[in-house]
Design a binder for this molecule. Structure first.
Ligand SMILES: Cc1cc2nc3c(=O)[nH]c(=O)nc-3n(C[C@H](O)[C@H](O)[C@H](O)COP(=O)(O)OP(=O)(O)OC[C@H]3O[C@@H](n4cnc5c(N)ncnc54)[C@H](O)[C@@H]3O)c2cc1C
Length: 358
């Protein structure tokens, strides 16, 4: 078995992942942590190669690790440990890694013929694990999608995901002076919702809540942001008889950063200080509607959503239904994990599903 890798080193993305410590899995991994046109597709592979299976490998290689938060497991030392683990498992299984082999063309006769810039490789099966389009500067290419098209497989449109969002011009003017300010929110859209931190950037919004929401965002659609989860911000103002706008602003103390609260209230003032108007204002606090202009694109996206349509693949083996011997695994498939170690878990689980069938 041969691994053909265009870079000098296979697993470069692992090295930069998780801030250099690789968030290699999540112990709370469930099918709900993945977005796909067919949300059932990933279930079988995820069930047959669970986080515990990868943790067993990590422990076999005596790699120290820790849970950071929300079930996310990171290396104590460095993501290099995970690359080392994979290299060592390859050696043990007799798999040879060929670095600096950029695949340029694939054809199929009785066998697959894979042409790289300076060589040709032949094999009975071909497993495409070319990843997504994110971070082109470390080697992402569209080869996987091109091969899928070449062999007549459908593709779900690709888009940047786990990516910061860019404000529309008005919001940018209003809020970007607060770049660096963050708060806990619930970001909701398309039936998904994420309670985590949101960060204001120089161009728009980021932070885990927004990165998660970005996977579900469709251009032109709003995101609903609950700025004060489970809090009744204006309760005290409604209970008081003397009411004014500065009391409304003060009500956000300890809930939202002061400068953000001031700006937000200024731009979303209650129509009046009656109970009905304050109740309407309270509802707006829990459903701030932001329609981003765009995402920050593949340069800043952690993953690529969309990809090879899961209808084209066996959920048990990842083999193409149309082209026997052709497999697709990992990010190139239309299965996108949430933030927190789920994308690697999908890469491991889909790879294990294919490996069992080889
Ligand atoms: C900055 C960043 C941080 C991340 N952190 C995490 C994290 O902590 N936890 C997590 O779960 N996920 C994380 N991810 C996502 C995760 O890295 C990917 O989902 C995962 O690496 C996908 O694995 P893959 O094997 O499908 O593709 P990749 O890891 O992208 O591997 C694809 C390989 O194919 C090679 N290739 C491409 N085209 C060709 C060609 N033409 N010829 C030969 N070789 C080719 C590439 O060089 C690359 O090595 C992060 C992503 C980024 C960008």
């Amino acid at each position: 078995m041969a691994v053909l890798e265009r870079s000098a080193l296979a697993g470069k993305k692992i090295l930069i992942s998780g801030g250099g410590r690789c968030n290699f899995t999540n112990i709370h991994c469930r099918p709900e942590n993945f977005a796909s046109a067919n949300p059932h597709f990933a279930k079988s592979a995820l069930a047959r190669f669970a986080p515990a299976d990868f943790i067993a490998l990590v422990e076999k290689h005596k790699i120290p690790y820790h849970e950071k938060t929300l079930g996310q497991l990171f290396c104590d030392r460095s993501a290099r440990d995970i690359v080392g683990l994979l290299e060592s498992e390859c050696r043990e299984a007799g798999v040879r890694v060929f670095p600096n082999q950029r695949v340029v063309e694939v054809s199929k006769g009785p066998e697959f013929a894979v042409r790289t810039e300076d060589d040709e490789y032949r094999g009975r099966v071909l497993v495409v694990a070319t990843g997504g389009l994110s971070i082109p500067k470390i080697g992402a290419t569209d080869l996987g999608y091109r091969l899928a098209r070449q062999f007549g497989l459908k593709i779900q449109p690709t888009r940047p995901a786990l990516v910061p969002l860019v404000f529309a011009q008005n919001d940018q003017k209003a809020y970007c002076e607060l770049a660096g300010v963050s708060m806990e929110v619930i970001a909701s859209l398309n039936g998904a919702s994420f309670r985590e931190r949101m960060l204001i950037t120089h161009r728009g919004l980021s932070g885990p809540a927004i990165l998660q929401a970005s996977t579900y965002w469709e251009s032109g659609k709003p995101i609903g942001i609950d700025l004060a989860p489970e809090r009744d911000v204006t309760a005290r103002v409604r209970a008081a008889t003397a009411r004014n706008l500065s009391a409304v602003q003060t009500a956000f103390q300890g809930i939202l950063p002061k400068r953000f609260a001031e700006l937000w209230v200024e731009r979303n003032q209650p129509e009046a200080l009656t109970n009905a108007a304050l109740e309407k204002f309270e509802r707006a606090v829990h459903a701030w509607s932001v329609t981003p202009a765009d995402t920050e694109g593949y340069e800043k996206a952690e993953v690529t959503a969309g990809g090879v349509d899961t209808d084209e693949l066996s959920s048990k083996t990842m083999e193409s239904r149309k082209v026997p011997g052709l497999f697709f695994i990992g990010e190139v498939v239309d299965v996108t994990g949430h933030l927190g170690g789920f994308n690697f878990q999908w890469a491991w689980a889909s790879a294990a599903a294919a490996a069992r069938a080889l």
